[in-house]
Design a protein. Structure first.
Length: 220
């Protein structure tokens, strides 16, 4: 019960700090003190207009944000330059990035999985014959005990040989965050290898793979 309560509190804290992903004119800013109001118009019921004694008696999401917002050190830009239409990675290089989704046919699960294995084996054989291609396997693990940290690892192959491997501690994050970290780490390393013009990534988290090329504000 204690671990469940800690986990719930952790998710609640993360939810409160998501205010950092909102635009500078979002109405929630208007309810905070002048230190955090940004470009929003101050509301007459905002923290700014509360006496200190009253602030101590008020509890809720707004006060949690007010008291803990300073703990957030990462900078978020909802309108970041790389997220402008026409400038996003997928806007400019859509033809160079593709996703190979797989959904099991529940009516014939065994055959569906077998055919998928044949397809992937053929893809790997093709990549092995390409001296300018690398293929990466990524994965992340989230411990059952929330007091432990998530871990991730990746392997990079070239013509059948492992050319690089690494593992990292991701911290106390969610599984999608750890998967995204693994994908990013593998991609960055693969891009640094010489004479590479084809990078293939194998992951069991296609959603995190899509986030890797999504410049909008999101978890991870």
């Amino acid at each position: 019960m204690g671990e469940s309560k800690d986990l719930a509190c952790g998710y609640l804290d993360h939810a409160n700090l998501r205010i950092a992903t909102l635009s500078d004119t979002h109405p929630i800013w208007s309810l905070l003190s002048e230190d955090y109001v940004k470009q929003a118009e101050v509301h007459h019921c905002s923290v700014s207009n509360m006496a200190p004694a009253l602030q101590d008696k008020v509890h809720g999401t707004i006060m949690k944000i007010e008291n803990h917002h300073h703990e957030l050190t990462e900078v978020f830009e909802p309108c970041a330059p790389e997220n402008r239409l026409g400038f996003r990675l997928m806007d400019r290089f859509m033809a160079q990035v593709s996703f190979n989704d797989f959904k099991i046919n529940m009516e014939n699960e065994a055959l569906s999985v077998t055919n998928r294995k044949i397809e992937l084996d053929a893809l790997i054989d093709e990549l092995k014959d390409n001296k300018h291609a690398v293929y990466c396997g990524t994965d992340a693990s989230l411990p059952a005990n929330i007091r432990h940290q998530a871990a991730l690892a990746y392997l990079i192959y070239r013509q059948g040989d492992v050319v690089h491997r690494a593992r990292y501690i991701a911290g106390r994050v969610t599984a999608p965050d750890a998967e995204l970290y693994a994908i990013r780490a593998a991609t960055v390393k693969a891009c640094s290898l010489p004479n590479v013009n084809n990078i293939t990534l194998f992951t069991d988290s296609i959603a995190s793979a899509r986030r890797a090329v999504n410049p909008s504000v999101h978890s991870g």
